[in-house]
Design a protein around this ligand. Sequence first.
Ligand code: FES
Length: 97
Amino acid sequence: MNIRISLSVNGESCELLVPVHKTLLEVLREDLDLIGTKHGCELGECGTCTVLVDGAPVLSCIALPADLQEREITTVEGMADGARLRCRRAGGITYDH
Ligand code: FES
């Protein structure tokens, strides 16, 4: 079963249709091509997959995107100059705030 989600990642909003069980880590890497967020244990133990949600650290391997709608997600790419969300390439819709 797929779910439509609306995320704000690195300052840009994006709407995607993803499987309901897909983690934030998978959406960032596979759907948005933000591969700076790394796979590690995928058990919520190592911290390799950490992103910021409203400025607080969250383990993206155990977070579901549907729970993070309307919150600001920042990846390592969002901390770099010139970072761009690749939502359009993933077939999603982007729009500025
Ligand atoms: S991959 Fe290890 S805590 Fe997420």
